[in-house]
Structures are given as structure tokens and as C-alpha cells.
Design a protein. Structure first.
Length: 124
């Protein structure tokens, strides 16, 4: 928890999403979904999601961020920075996205759309 006067350590602010999901693909480039997980939070430089399987720290993965409003998937590459076992069937996986200009613009658009999507869900 951040205290008064303590600086934020994150390079980019994260937002919590209530209705966001992520697909994880094997690194071999085959876009066959290996896992679908729920996104806990996301920023332009990383995300945390819930998985039913562990991922090795420093492993490279490809993920698809699902945009429900327009039935589109944004494909992003990243690296696992943390894997925390929460129960026998739940892991929290933190990934760091590659900081490439194109990916960053996709992530900014994803976050903008998903913020709007979450606000719509709050009203219903």
C-alpha cells in the first residue's frame, strides 16, 4: 500500500477491469488458445491475470486481449515476471509487455475501450 509521500514505482498507471479476459498462446507462434484467463489489472507496460496453470518466470508468451464490444482480439507479446500460486487451481500471473511503439498504441486503445466497457457494465 502506498503511503503519503511515497512515490509510485510503476512506470505506467494500472487500471482494474471487471469484465476483461485474456487468451494465452504458445510461443511457437501457433495462434491456438492455450488458456483463457481473467485480467485483474492492465497498463501499457504490463498486466496481471488469473490462470489455472503456472507459467515460468522470464518465459516469453503471446497474449490476446479480447475486445468484447467489437469482437476483436489485440495480440501482444510479453514476458512473465511473476507467478503466484493462490490455490491448487489458481495462479496470478504478472506479465511485462514489450515496449514497442505499435504495441503501446494498441494497448492505449484497448485500455480506453475497456474503461468505457466497464463503465457501461456498472450502470446495468
Amino acid at each position: 500500500m502506498k503511503t503519503i509521500g511515497q512515490k509510485e514505482r510503476r512506470r505506467a498507471p494500472r487500471i482494474t477491469l471487471r469484465s476483461a479476459f485474456i487468451d494465452v498462446y504458445p510461443i511457437d507462434g501457433e495462434h491456438k488458445t492455450e488458456l483463457r484467463g481473467k485480467i485483474c489489472d492492465v497498463s501499457t507496460v504490463g498486466a496481471k491475470f488469473i490462470s489455472n496453470k503456472p507459467y515460468m518466470k522470464d518465459s516469453e508468451i503471446y497474449v490476446g486481449l479480447l475486445l468484447p464490444s467489437i469482437n476483436t482480439v489485440i495480440n501482444i507479446s510479453g514476458r512473465v515476471v511473476r507467478c503466484e500460486k493462490k490455490s491448487s487451481e489458481e495462479y496470478h500471473i504478472a506479465i511485462e509487455f514489450k515496449e514497442e511503439r505499435y504495441q503501446q498504441s494498441l494497448l492505449e486503445e484497448y485500455i480506453r475501450i475497456m474503461k468505457s466497457w466497464d463503465k457501461q457494465w456498472e450502470r446495468h
